[in-house]
Design a protein around this ligand. Sequence first.
Ligand code: DC
Length: 219
Amino acid sequence: MIVTIDGPAGAGKSSIAKIAADRLGFEFLDTGALYRAMTLAAIRAQVDFSDTQEIIRFSSTVDIQWDGQRVLLKGEDVSAQIRTPPVTDAIRFVADLPDSRSRLSEIQRQVSTGRNMVTEGRDQGSEVFSDAECKIFLTASPEERARRRHQQLADMGRPVPLEEILRAQDRRDEEDRSREIGALRPADDASIIESDGMTTDDVLELILKIVRSKIAEQS
Ligand code: DC
């Protein structure tokens, strides 16, 4: 069974999808990590981001693997390097191109074939796994997402003004929603969770309830 969890940046998808997969005995796929790894590889190879053909050529050759927990570039674990601001700032050059998206979608389908999997991203229920048995769209208001991120950074000893976080988040939301292919949107048959005012545990329990009811329907 494939469970897709899509939603905007800062909705808490990654951590919740990982725990949900664990609790269900499913595997977990973080598709944002694949987009980030392809972007990191392009930065390292000094790909000219203003040259679409060069990005397309490069993305068709890059060696990206997902080992169930970590993303690997030619076998190197790049899980930490993909979370740096230069990568986040350049992702749109890769994510906006149908050719690189199709390469990454292919990897996502290969990794998931024949497996029980929780996949997390922007286009999982709407495009990559449009036949998935269980689809969830996890969101929260921009203010709530920015507040959570603000708190997270403060807890890590890296305080950033709330307005700055909100501005960057608005920019990413706009990029994610306006993409021609793979745009952030709920699949028609997705269960939508609006998580304002809910704790992580509330969201997790709700997701598990939805998945278990789909599993019961299937059997
Ligand atoms: O989930 P994340 O923040 O790590 O994702 C990084 C970016 O990758 C996100 O802004 C858009 C892109 N992405 C995408 O286009 N499609 C996906 N399925 C996952 C991520």
